[in-house]
Ligand binder design. Structure first.
Ligand code: NDP
Length: 499
């Protein structure tokens, strides 16, 4: 309990971080720094170095050196698994400290940070299994003179560019999958939320990860992110963030035709049929909207509800939204967290105004809430929305729900799929046939039936259409960070071509 008390209040002083290359900490020295003001408390909490292109060069060189030295890539899967299991153990030991800094920088409720840190440990444990079982294929079907094998090998140096909304769990949904096969990595967290990614360097070292395998360079996207994406000695890029920045990263990665894995935006439908358990669905819709204050790529931001129950369902959702607890983010009872930046806050409120201009009605919310010196927006429901309105088409990335009605299952799917995105979708019905047909018809990389935002290490995640390329998580998530080699091996004396 003493441990918990130590992380119960906002610190009096700003915690200054350096950056991490080749197993050692570097000071910010003469570089500019950026101070992060906690969105939940309005107090300065951390400061990070704004690294340069030269720092990126150094980090990539360290990652390349470690890869070439085979200090990680060259050891057995069982040895890599032992390190990954050690990492999971240390995450669990230091969970409270990690959750505390995650909450200070992101403004998410402490209960959510704690859950994300625990889930993160699970990803390292899961990947310890795959590190030992990753395999290719054997072809004993090529006749007596030939044998074929397909092997997998690590791609080499991976550049990992992460967003501000889930710093530690997004890292956990990528890093152990990258490490499982033996890759080295250069990570750039968002400049707003770098603390836990930096703190993690010490945990990895303590668990036995060799120097140079994990490097962190902090700073802005246009400088550090761009330099990683363009770098000719980076073999693969993994990016999570907005579709617009994803496009820029993809273009930059063409410098040396890097492999790319992109998880981008979403405008995720919640389809509620009249025969659903409406109480459950209303609770799921409230959670799917307000999880991470709507700053979530799979946020269920479009409510597509059957006309015949629309009025009743709206009342149930309004009741749920009115009872969500907004408060001190270090209070375990708090459910709705802060908005990450002033810019994001203005963007969200701008969309509420736009929705009204487009003809929608604000049924609840649409206002800021003052708590603990932080920056919060009340859960907001826009009714009377049509799917061609900008509020229904663009990613708002805040707790703003757009309600649209439908009259047939076909129409529901048409509305759900009429979007440039295809990241997540939820279907609420008690009719198994309806559920299966909707599941098959909806264009989304993650689809939930009678639940939302459920997940875990085993199943891959990613998007259709403009929501991304590739898959993270599961066995596929490890395979994504490998190259495939197809090998033919001749048996016996060659039949000569030149006779
Ligand atoms: P970005 O997509 O711009 O940021 C994501 C990451 O990319 C950050 O680490 C950022 O760095 C970095 N980055 C920015 N520009 C470049 C670049 N040119 N080359 C390489 N990396 C770059 O998101 P924003 O923070 O600007 O948020 C804007 C909107 O994006 C949100 O309102 C939301 O709609 C969406 N978004 C979606 C996310 C998702 O999970 N799908 C996650 C985050 C945002 P830095 O921030 O340090 O400058």
């Amino acid at each position: 309990m003493e441990h918990v008390t130590a992380f119960a209040a906002v610190p009096e002083t700003v915690r200054a971080f350096g950056f991490f290359i080749d197993g050692t900490w570097r000071d910010a020295a003469e570089r500019e720094t950026m101070v992060r003001r906690s969105p939940a408390f309005g107090r300065d909490v951390t400061s990070v170095a704004l690294c340069t292109r030269a720092d990126v060069d150094e980090a990539v060189a360290a990652a390349r050196k470690a890869f070439r030295a085979r200090s990680w890539a060259g050891i057995g899967g069982a040895d890599r698994a032992a390190v990954l299991l050690g990492v999971a153990r240390i995450i669990r030991q230091r969970a409270e400290e990690l959750a505390f800094w995650e909450t200070l920088e992101t403004g998410k409720p402490i209960s959510q940070s704690r859950a994300e840190i625990a889930d993160a440990a699970g990803h390292y444990e899961y990947c310890a299994g795959i590190a030992q079982s990753l395999s290719g294929e054997a072809f004993n079907t090529h006749g007596d003179d030939m044998f074929g094998v397909v092997t997998r090998e690590p791609v080499g140096v991976v550049g990992l560019i992460n967003p501000w909304n889930f710093p530690f769990i997004v890292l956990a949904e990528r890093l152990p999958y990258i490490l499982a096969s033996g890759n080295s990595v250069v990570v750039k967290p968002s400049e707003m939320t770098s603390a836990t990614t930096l703190m993690f360097a010490d945990l990895l070292k303590e668990a036995g990860l060799p120097d140079g395998v994990y490097n962190v360079v902090t700073g802005t996207g246009p400088v550090v992110g761009q330099a990683i994406a363009e770098h000719r000695d980076v073999d693969m890029i993994s990016f999570t963030g907005s579709t617009r920045t994803g496009e820029a990263v993809l273009k930059a990665s063409a410098s040396n035709f890097k492999k790319a894995s992109l998880e981008l935006g979403g405008k995720n439908p919640q389809i509620v049929f009249a025969d659903a358990d409406l109480d459950d669905a209303a609770d799921g819709v409230a959670f799917g909207l307000c999880f991470n204050a709507g700053q979530c790529c799979v946020s269920g931001s479009r409510l597509i509800v059957e006309e015949t129950v629309a009025e009743r369902f709206q009342a149930l959702v309004l009741d749920k939204l009115s009872r969500i607890r907004i408060g001190d983010c270090l209070d375990p009872e708090t459910q709705l967290g802060a908005i990450v930046s002033d810019q994001q806050c203005e963007k969200i409120l701008g969309y509420v105004k736009l929705g009204e201009e487009e003809g929608a009605t604000v049924a609840c919310g649409g206002n800021t809430v003052a708590v603990s010196g932080g920056r919060f927006i009340a859960p907001t429901l826009l009714t009377g929305v049509r799917n061609d309105m900008r509020v229904a088409r663009e990613e708002i990335f805040g707790p703003v729900l757009c309600m649209i009605t439908f009259s047939t299952a076909g129409e529901a799917l048409e509305i759900a799929n009429d979007s440039p995105y295809g990241l997540g979708a939820s279907i609420w019905t008690k009719d198994i046939d309806k559920a299966l047909r909707a599941m098959r018809g909806v264009q989304a990389g993650r689809t939930w039936v009678n639940t939302t935002i459920a997940g875990g290490p085993g199943q891959p995640v990613g998007g259709f259409k403009q929501s991304g390329i590739g898959r993270e998580g599961g066995r596929m998530g490890v395979e994504e960070y490998t190259e495939v080699k197809s090998v033919h091996i001749a048996i016996g004396k060659r039949k000569h071509w030149v006779t």
